[in-house]
Structures are given as C-alpha cells and as structure tokens.
Design a protein around this ligand. Structure first.
Ligand code: ING
Length: 303
C-alpha cells in the first residue's frame, strides 16, 4: 500500500510587529486552503510564524517579550487555523513562542494531524546568537535570553502513516539534530526558519546564506535518508531582510521543489516515505555500516 502524500512548505513573507496574529492566521488559512485544494495532506509553517522575529530586539523579558508568546494552543486567535485544518483534512507543523503555565519560555513547534489533534511537540535545542544585548549589531539575536533550551529531546512521531520528526531553524545546521532523528527512524523532518540575510559576526559570509541553508538541509536529508520540508519566514520584516529558499528535499539529497519569491508562497511536492529505504537499506544502513564505538566523543562536551 503506497504511503505517497503531497506535502507543502507554506513560506510566509514578513509578519511585522504591527501585524496582528489574526492577520497572520488569516494568511496561513489561505495558504492551507490552497494547499488542501491542490491535494496536500500536510503543510509546514515557519518558525515563530504568528509574530515578528522578536529576538532581533533588546526587550525586557518577559515584561516586553510576553506579548509575543502563546499561553495556550490554540488560543482564540489561532483557533481558525485548527478549524481550517479540520475542515480541509490537512495536518500541519506550526512554529510559535511557547509560555508554559509554570512560567517557562520555549521556541516551540507542534505537529497537528489531519483531524486537528496536536500529536507532537518539539522545543528548540540549538539556540543561536547571544544572551546579552550587543549594541554593535545592526539587529540583535537574543534567543538565548528569551528561550530556554528545549527539554523534549528530538522526538519522532508516528502519524499520518509516516514517522515524522521536527526541528527549528538553527537546529538544521547541526548534524547531531539529523542523526538523532535518523537513529529514531524518522522518514520526514519538518522545520521552520527565520534566517537573516546578514550575519553580523561574519558579514563576509552573507552571500552564503542560501548555500548554507541548502547545504544543511540536503546533507541532513541524504546522510539520514529522510525527506525534509523546510519553510522560511522571508522578506524584509521590520527592516530586517530574511532569506527565503523554502524547499522540499528527498532522502537522496535532491531538491524536489523550492521557493522562488520572498513572500507567501506554497512549495509542494509528492513524497514517498518508502523511498527512505533506498538510502537506509544501503549506503546509510546504520546497523551494517555505522561504527558508534568510534564516536563516543560526539556526545561529550567539547574542548
Ligand atoms: N536563525 C538563524 C539560523 O540559524 C543564524 C541564526 C543565521 C545563525 C545565520 C548562523 C548564520 O538560521 C535562527 N532563528 O536560528
């Protein structure tokens, strides 16, 4: 029985500080309905999709950052997205800022199945940037100040006939993320990202941002035999240029589809989870070829 399904990366253009959640959710519902009408079974929204990428500012946390966090999921503003998913029979990945009842703050994604039930959650483990404001930067990157390191590990969920894992943005640059999901036999990895075109610590790398995005996704896909749906928040958001480049990558590492704009754009492809076997039963058959006894240092603290 074929497990083929059409999936969609729902790239979003800017969600500015002045953009309401209702407006962002309305755009997301439009993309979701479009994707469903074109046969999609699953749609992937960006990291922090409901608000602007607020770690670019030095704000008092949580006094000033609190407005960007969700204290319930779905909240009344987000409920239309769940209702659209249920009526369209489409599952989705949503990145958002999570404030827990215990007063903890995470950069989070959820996996919602095609009946509208939340079946999985991931909290971002690789938090890039810096913990204190650095005035020399044209914009800040204060995820280490506003979010705790994720405490859910790298879970893989069996849903919609597929083993699905999640990560968020900077996680995609770390091979450990992909291997942890690969070792748990993920077949499909979903992720959202907000990646500035300008990287203040190394501006000489600015021209490489699209290359490094694709390199990270294609390597992760190939070296673990997984499909990848990676979705950008793109365009000039509150004056900060974010890259697009949303794409769907096959377990072979080939790009199956990719965005060509910096706005709201659906990137769609048919994936076949059974094709993961072409890689996982051969070149990356972990049981046959991997040598974990030789890699013990990989899980130790660095030098
Ligand atoms: N954003 C960026 C990312 O990892 C970054 C941060 C940009 C790190 C460029 C290194 C180079 O794509 C988030 N949100 O992690």
């Amino acid at each position: 029985m074929s497990r083929k399904k059409i999936v969609a990366a729902a790239q979003m253009g800017p969600v500015n500080r002045a953009t309401s959640r209702a407006e962002a959710v309305s755009r997301m519902c439009d993309l979701m309905r479009q994707a469903a009408s074109r046969g999609a079974a699953l749609i992937v929204f960006p990291e922090l999709a409901l608000t602007t990428f607020f770690p670019r500012w030095a704000l008092k946390h949580p006094e000033e950052t609190g407005r960007y966090f969700e204290t319930e999921m779905p909240s009344p503003e987000v409920a239309p997205l769940f209702a659209t998913a249920r009526s369209s029979g489409i599952g989705f990945y949503l990145g958002y800022a999570e404030a827990t009842p215990e007063g903890r703050y995470f950069n989070t994604s959820i996996l919602v199945d095609d009946t509208g039930d939340i079946v999985g959650k991931y909290r971002k483990i690789h938090l890039p940037g810096h913990a204190e404001p650095e005035p020399w930067r044209p914009f800040q990157h204060l995820e280490k100040a506003y979010f705790e390191k994720g405490d859910l590990g790298f879970p893989v969920y069996e849903t919609m006939e597929t083993r699905i894992g999640m990560c968020l943005c900077n996680d995609r640059r770390w091979p450990e993320t992909w291997r942890m999901l690969g070792l748990d036999r993920a077949e499909l990895v979903l992720l959202g990202y907000n990646t500035p075109a300008h990287y203040p610590p190394a501006p000489e790398h600015d021209h490489l941002q699209y290359f490094h995005n694709a390199l990270s996704l294609q390597a992760g896909a190939y070296q673990n035999g997984v499909w990848v749906v990676a979705t950008a928040k793109a365009g000039r958001e509150d004056g900060c240029d974010l890259i697009g480049g949303s794409m769907i990558v096959a377990p072979t590492g080939e790009i199956a589809a990719q965005a060509t704009t910096l706005g709201d754009e659906l990137v769609m492809a048919e994936i076949d989870p059974d094709r993961c076997g072409e890689i996982r039963r051969n070149i990356f058959d972990f049981a046959k070829h991997r040598q974990p006894d030789e890699y013990k240092r990989l899980s130790e603290a660095g030098p």
